[in-house]
Design a protein around this ligand. Sequence first.
Ligand code: PGA
Length: 247
Amino acid sequence: MRQKLVIGNWKMNGNADLVVAHREQLADTAFTAEVAICPPFVYLHAAQHHLADTNVALGAQDASDHAEGAYTGQISAQMLHEQGCKYVIIGHSERRAMCAETSEDVAEKFVQVQAKGLIPVLCVGETLFQREQGQTQDVVVGQLKAVVARCGIKALAKAVLAYEPVWAIGTGKAASTEQAQEVHQSLRQWLHKQDAEVAEGLQILYGGSVKPDNAAALFSQKDIDGGLIGGAALQPEAFAAIVQAAS
Ligand code: PGA
């Protein structure tokens, strides 16, 4: 049985006080799921301090595709490791779209993150146009394939996959449980053809307008192993309710 995992992606929101609010809320919440929060880089140090004696892990929202050097403004996987991160989100659709990150760039980030013993949370997802064109499967498998081509299938044994349909992110219009399960299943089936053990062990999270009222139904699906939460991760009570839905 795969353990459920819930990761909060704050994007460019929040502050150090929000870490404390989550800490307090989750201390009052009984949960068995694995939980992580991904605040902006500048709050990682405070978060490491505040979460030290909890079972809430820390993650980052991105990492450089280089180990070190003259890359102004970038943050290396080594630095994230030193700040106590366990997870690093890579290939989020906002970065693919706004920072022109290609699947090959994302694969290089995957390499850097794993090289420092961190767990990449690889995001894949189709736009509404691609879904309407019937390209969902090709798009998400294509994004996954770029990483497998660069790193090998076994690398996914130490990674998390997140299916995030672009049209569902921040829109309040989550994928239906059937739509989400269908894509998760097809991703797992593709992986199965490469390596059955990796396919069975891999946690595949759903992201895109997960809220307390739809979380339990999504997480009850056979191939949905938890969630990557944006907007609701900024509200400690809502986030804790989602964590409970996964527990
Ligand atoms: P959302 O964001 O929950 O606000 O839709 C999800 C994400 O982008 O990870």
